[in-house]
Write a protein that binds this ligand. Structure first.
Ligand SMILES: C[S@@+](CC[C@H](N)C(=O)[O-])C[C@H]1O[C@@H](n2cnc3c(N)ncnc32)[C@H](O)[C@@H]1O
Length: 366
């Protein structure tokens, strides 16, 4: 079975590394998509375990078409009963076309759905197709006349882990927080400090990773609505993931000057609260006695919280951290393109991440 895992643009490499660790071989990785092959039910495990992916698709077809007839025929060639029952709800959720003869998205959407229903009627030898049970969401990508049809196994994006009940004004995506932790090379034995923790996303993602806890254990997935959902199999994957959790002491600290944020962060951490020390403190009052460690953080941007000048001043004040924690690794995410100028240190690596309409930069100092 061919899979495509979707991620924010710029996170393809870190997601590929996650997949390689799970023993998948990558066939293609670009434009926010990582392709690989796996076995039939692997998506149960992938949805549970992937930290940096946004969703997991099954690639059900790939063919060339320049006309609606060819599109219809292409769908007619797919063995759809392998994926769909005779009464599933079919949603053609998104169509994206690039440099192709077919470009009218709503027409493509309705033709794909019509062709799917006709094919299913043929395969199941039925006269009418009633959309009753299970949700089957498809996306259609047409790039230079190559049509790729994918089935979404995830449902609500994987960044929704199920732990974040309350958010700060500018919450960081869980998948990006996880990517920063993986990219920085932080491990459970290391100290991690987030001086601007807000609702706690970075410390919580670090705790999940540090305890080797699969991030999807607390949520549901769209595949659980499917006709072929094998709950026993899914439970066995969950059990295995639970058995791999390694409870141990962690040195993870989250600070924020706003007490309300600390309350929210503690609530979001839930059972993980005992692995993270959250405390109300201004960045300049943080007084931890560690020689080495990681500062992984998401300071105010300026475009969303307060004004830009204020954020820039704060980046200058962050030099205090650099002077106090000289041997630490730093990873800072912000939408500010010139963070380095204010912080006063040139990053070893600057990575651009595009997440929907927002562009972010991760500045890494090793
Ligand atoms: C962009 S938000 C962090 C969001 C967080 N990553 C999340 O996912 O919720 C920045 C945070 O920095 C805090 N902050 C601003 N100035 C600060 C300072 N001087 N010391 C400590 N915290 C500060 C704000 O209260 C805010 O919660």
């Amino acid at each position: 079975m061919n899979y495509i895992a979707l991620c924010s643009l710029g996170l393809e490499k870190v997601l590929s590394n996650e997949l390689k660790k799970l023993n998948y071989s990558i066939t293609n990785a670009n434009e926010g998509m990582v392709e690989f092959s796996g076995s039939d039910y692997d998506y149960y495990d992938l949805n549970l375990r992937l930290r940096t992916a946004e969703r997991v698709y099954i690639k059900i077809a790939e063919f060339y078409s320049e006309t609606f007839d060819e599109l219809f025929d292409g769908i007619n060639n797919i063995e759809l009963s392998y994926y769909l029952p005779k009464n599933g709800k079919i949603i053609i959720e998104k169509v994206r076309t690039v440099k192709s003869a077919l470009y009218n998205q709503s027409v493509i959407q309705s033709i794909v759905k019509k062709a799917m229903i006709e094919k299913l009627k043929k395969e199941y030898k039925i006269n009418t197709y009633n959309e009753e049970k299970g949700i089957y969401k498809f996306r259609v990508y047409i790039k230079r006349n190559k049509v790729t049809i994918v089935l979404d196994t995830t449902g609500e994006g994987l960044h929704k882990r199920g732990y974040r009940k309350l958010v700060s004004e500018a919450p960081l995506r869980e998948t990006i927080a996880a990517a920063m932790i993986l990219m920085a090379g932080w491990k459970r034995k290391h100290v991690l400090i987030d001086p601007f923790c807000g609702s706690g996303t970075i410390p919580i993602e670090a705790a999940l990773y540090g305890l080797n806890m699969a991030p999807g254990l607390k949520r549901n997935f769209i595949f659980e609505t499917w006709h072929n959902f094998n709950s026993e199999k899914f439970e066995s994957y969950k059990k295995k993931a639970f058995s791999e959790i390694k409870y141990s002491e962690l040195k993870i600290y989250g600070f924020d000057k706003d007490f309300k944020m600390i309350e929210i962060a503690n609530k979001n951490a839930g059972n993980l609260e005992k692995y993270i020390h959250f405390e109300k403190s201004n960045m300049e009052s943080i007084n931890l006695d560690y020689e080495e460690g990681y500062i992984i953080t998401n300071p105010p941007y300026g475009d969303r919280l307060g004004d830009k000048k204020h954020a820039e001043k704060l980046y200058e004040q962050m030099r205090y951290l650099k002077r106090k924690y000289t041997k630490f690794n730093y990873s800072v995410v912000t939408s500010h393109e010139k963070f380095e100028d204010f912080f006063g240190y040139k990053a070893d690596k600057k990575k651009k991440i595009i997440n929907g309409k927002q562009t972010l930069y991760i500045y890494e100092y090793k």
